[in-house]
Design a binder for this molecule. Structure first.
Ligand SMILES: Nc1ncnc2c1ncn2[C@@H]1O[C@H](COP(=O)(O)OP(=O)(O)O)[C@@H](O)[C@H]1O
Ligand SMILES: [Mg+2]
Length: 400
């Protein structure tokens, strides 16, 4: 083959390759990715000039292809942010690596007609031999932002109406105390001063009135405690759980003695909790364990603790177990609702608020409370609380 033939053959080969390239243009897998990507793609060169865009970017920004290719990347940034952008772009070129842009900051882009929209952008350096290029992948997050804002508004509204309800319950029950105090006081006076003049029926009525007054007093006291769980928060600190257990047991000295109860306290861990609320929690659980006793057997109450390692972190577990009358486990959720009682008022005094307070306290600790029982076979209440507090943005506690 002479030189002329050789050149001709080479030309033919180039033409053939060119034809194949042109033909495959529409099916080039890379191009297909770029064109079907769910986000706008803009490739710019080292000077920030736009050298390639996909149809999504054209639609997003409102430029036709030709006009787009005359722009600089800064033209896509709202004028109020343009000042610093040049420097940022150069900083990226100093350390080119794939990364999200402006992590933690709100980013905005600017359409052809000047309107702004919120975006999320990832930057990818492309080294195609002929100088460094940058691929910006851009997502319009207008919808997501609007949804987030709506959700936030809704949560704020809900929080406010919850707080209002709580302070209403608190103020109402507080204001009910005063007239009730007077009614009870007058009842007592009537009983001591005029009892002899009352006759049997009168004494019976008066006795019932005084008992109803006492019930109402307990009800108001418990309602007040319930409504204040969220408000009178003392704050979380590390507490050795044996301490609140001891404190609470000492308040039951008399009942324990009278009923001949056996109380067994196992080892208890420490945890970061609101101590006064944990005391309130134990007061209710241990109080119930002693109250719902069988009349044919002395009560036995066991308080045990442990640590659970879970995917969500470490939890402390506190179990309060008794050998009392128990209950049907199908009601294990209902008993935590306010005013729900499974046993008659005449047999066991109470308001049905204690376990609702427990639930509220446990919720505020981001924990969990469960009940296990069978009628006649005692009951076990299991409380799991996170061992350490996650940082939260809880409102500071406030008085009603
Ligand atoms: N240790 C227990 N053994 C049996 N039943 C219990 C026990 N603790 C709670 N309960 C049931 O759950 C109900 C709700 O408990 P609680 O809210 O503390 O109200 P209260 O003690 O005022 O009745 C009780 O009325 C009782 O029926
Ligand atoms: Mg109770």
């Amino acid at each position: 083959m002479d030189q002329v033939e050789e050149v001709e053959a080479l030309r033919a080969r180039v033409r053939e390759l060119e034809a194949r390239l042109a033909e495959s243009g529409g099916r080039d897998p890379f191009r297909r990715v770029v064109e079907s990507a769910p986000y706008g793609m803009v490739v710019s060169d080292a000077d920030g000039r736009v050298v390639m865009v996909n149809p999504q970017a054209m639609e997003m920004f409102g430029y036709g292809m030709e006009e787009f290719l005359t722009l600089r990347i800064e033209d896509l940034v709202p004028p109020r942010f343009r000042g610093g952008h040049d420097g940022l772009r150069r900083a990226f070129q100093g350390h080119p690596e794939t990364r999200p842009m402006g992590a933690g900051r709100d980013l905005y882009a600017c359409r052809r007609e000047g309107s702004e929209f919120p975006v999320e952008i990832a930057l990818t350096p492309l080294d195609l031999g002929g100088g460094s290029l940058v691929l910006s992948s851009i997502i319009d997050i207008t919808r997501r932002k609007r949804d987030e804002e709506e959700l936030l508004r809704y949560a704020t509204k809900l929080e406010r109406s919850n707080a209002e309800l709580e302070s209403f319950a608190s103020i109402a029950s507080h204001d009910l105390q005063e007239p009730l105090r007077k009614i009870r006081m007058m009842g007592e006076r009537l009983a001591t001063i005029c009892e002899a003049d009352l006759g049997d029926q009168g004494r019976d009525y008066l006795g019932r009135m005084i008992r109803a007054g006492d019930n109402m007093h307990r009800l108001i006291r418990d309602l007040l405690a319930f409504s204040r769980v969220g408000m009178r928060a003392e704050g979380f600190r590390h507490v050795n759980l044996i301490e609140p257990v001891r404190d609470v047991l000492s308040t039951f000295d008399l009942v324990i003695e009278e009923t001949g109860a056996a109380v067994v306290v196992g080892e208890l861990p420490s945890a970061e909790v609101d101590e006064s609320q944990v005391r309130q929690l134990l007061q209710n659980l241990i109080g119930n364990a002693l109250k719902f006793r069988r009349d044919d057997e002395a009560p036995r109450v066991e308080i045990a603790g442990g640590i659970l390692a879970t995917e969500a972190g470490e939890f402390v577990r506190i179990e309060v177990r008794d050998n009392g009358i128990g209950f049907d486990e199908q009601y294990h959720d209902r008993i935590f609702q306010i005013f729900q009682r499974l046993h008659g008022k005449t047999d066991f005094a109470g308001t049905g608020i204690g376990l609702a307070i427990c639930k509220k306290i446990v919720d505020r600790h981001d924990g969990r409370i469960q009940a296990r029982s069978r009628p006649g076979e005692g009951a076990t209440f299991i409380v799991d609380l996170p061992r350490r507090r996650k940082p939260t943005n809880e409102r500071p506690s406030k008085e009603p």
